[in-house]
Design a protein around this ligand. Structure first.
Ligand code: SAJ
Length: 425
């Protein structure tokens, strides 16, 4: 089996490597020369647990190669980004670009699978585009004729940090343009997926993916709103959530400094954009989660302003625990806002960064390690729940003024924790 994977990012590269491990010959195609060179030398350009060993193995065995141009294959997997613009309109140009790239090499019997998170109807647009570019091929679902190629949508659902495990263990939703397309794609996923593979239509599969991330966003928004109420009521929100979750039908998520990453903070907008009048809840959840970041910025600023000389340690820049991904990170937004305002009083601790991101250039903020932060910073702001921060014992922070936006230090004396935050309102 020959497989082409379009896009070698956080999803495409692990997917390509896992398929290559099954013995299929995989060509990964990417528009960035550096990415292609890195992979062909057996190395990886992204941090993901166990990915480096897997990639070096399949590259050494010759089952995974990378290139900037496409070649004929039996299965084409599209895993390119779908960002949104300033008006929250989804941009599917990379998806259509990938379809345009593969169109010339398609032949009867081939399967095209879109994995990128996409607005409902995108797979049909891919089908229509391929029909236009390749009038000699019969595309599925347009007439009752049997089609020459199969086209399906199968969203990735993996969690960064657990990608290789979840690629294999998670259930997959496989939406075909026609039932025949779904069955064709199912045969492919069965090669490497241990979870259940459930077939449906392409539109239902597209909406399912957006629904999963919107569900999580709405539920995190609930927790973030609770955190604001609890602050006002002088109650520990994490304790309330722990207690409420003892109810057999209550399962509240965790508040934090906002929602980051390139999925949960993005995908709900695809639903809002498609049905603006039907999505007051999903839109408000987005606004609540973004608003929580602004609230934390105000809290931290008030805390720092209240103690005009003390250096402040911002713990973490990543969008969540134990990863090196800073995209759409609320921690990054908070640290940057504070650095812009308080300059060299701001010390950043981020074990997953070798240097501060360029956005901090000229702010005066510096990158320090955990030990230095404990020695030199009387004010500490927890922005990410990295294990290394969680494990700082009380004796090393009991004298500090702390704002713990992730609730990782439940034993922090109430006198120091969050007090200045409350005055910030
Ligand atoms: N977060 C909270 N409180 C929580 C849980 C998360 O504030 O209780 C924050 C995190 O700190 C982070 C953000 O939400 O900033 C998102 O983190 P996440 O771990 O919930 O999700 P992602 O973005 O890493 O991955 C999600 C997953 N989707 C779901 O769990 C429904 C993953 O399965 C998807 O494959 C991925 O989006 C994607 O690619 O769409």
């Amino acid at each position: 089996l020959n497989v082409v994977v379009m896009g070698l990012g956080y999803i495409g590269l692990p997917t390509a490597a896992i398929i290559a491990r099954t013995g299929a010959r995989v060509l990964g195609v990417d528009v960035t020369e550096r990415v292609v060179e890195t992979i062909n030398s057996g190395r990886v350009h992204i941090e993901e647990v166990d990915l480096d060993g897997l990639v070096s193995g399949v590259v050494a065995r010759g089952t995974l190669r990378a290139a900037m141009t496409v070649e004929p294959a039996d299965v084409f997997v599209i895993a390119v980004p779908t960002p949104f613009d300033a008006a929250h309109a989804p941009d599917i140009s990379y998806v259509l670009g990938a379809a345009t790239t593969i169109a010339p090499v398609l032949k009867p019997g081939d399967t095209v699978i879109l994995e990128s998170t996409s607005p409902v109807g995108t797979t049909e647009k891919v089908r229509d585009l391929l029909a236009t570019l390749r009038p000699d091929l019969r595309v599925p679902g347009r007439t009752r004729d049997q089609a020459d190629i199969a086209i399906a949508y199968c969203p990735e659902r993996v969690l960064p940090g657990r990608i290789l495990v979840e690629l294999i263990d998670n259930d997959r939703v496989i939406g075909g343009i026609t039932p025949r397309c779904a069955r064709k794609a199912l045969t492919f996923y069965r090669r490497f997926v241990r979870g259940a593979c459930v077939t449906t239509t392409a539109r239902a599969a597209e909406m399912t993916k957006l629904t999963e991330n919107a569900f999580r966003d709405v539920n995190i928004a609930f927790a973030n709103e609770l955190s604001l109420i609890a602050d006002t009521m002088n109650v520990d929100v994490w304790e309330v959530i722990r207690l409420a979750n003892r109810h057999p039908r209550v399962n509240i998520l965790q508040p934090g400094p906002g929602v980051g990453g390139h999925c949960i903070a993005v995908d709900p907008w695809f639903l809002v954009h498609a049905a603006p009048d039907q999505t007051p809840l999903i839109r408000t959840a987005r606004e609540v989660n973004d608003g929580k970041t602004d609230h934390v910025i105000a809290q931290v600023a008030a805390m720092i302003a209240a103690d005009p000389a003390a250096p402040v340690a911002c713990l973490g820049l990543a969008f969540k625990a134990n990863i090196d991904d800073f995209r759409e990170s609320p921690a990054m937004k908070v640290a940057l806002a504070v650095a812009n305002r308080f300059g060299d009083r701001v010390r950043i601790v981020e074990p997953y960064a070798a240097a501060l991101p360029p956005a901090f250039d000229g702010t005066g903020a510096t990158l320090i390690d955990v030990d230095t932060a404990i020695e030199t910073c009387p004010i500490m702001v927890v922005l990410v729940d990295h294990d290394v921060f969680r494990s700082i014992p009380l004796e090393e922070r009991s004298e500090k003024t702390v704002l713990d936006t992730r609730g990782i230090w439940p034993d922090q004396p109430r006198g120091t924790a969050q007090q200045p935050a409350r005055t910030a309102g």
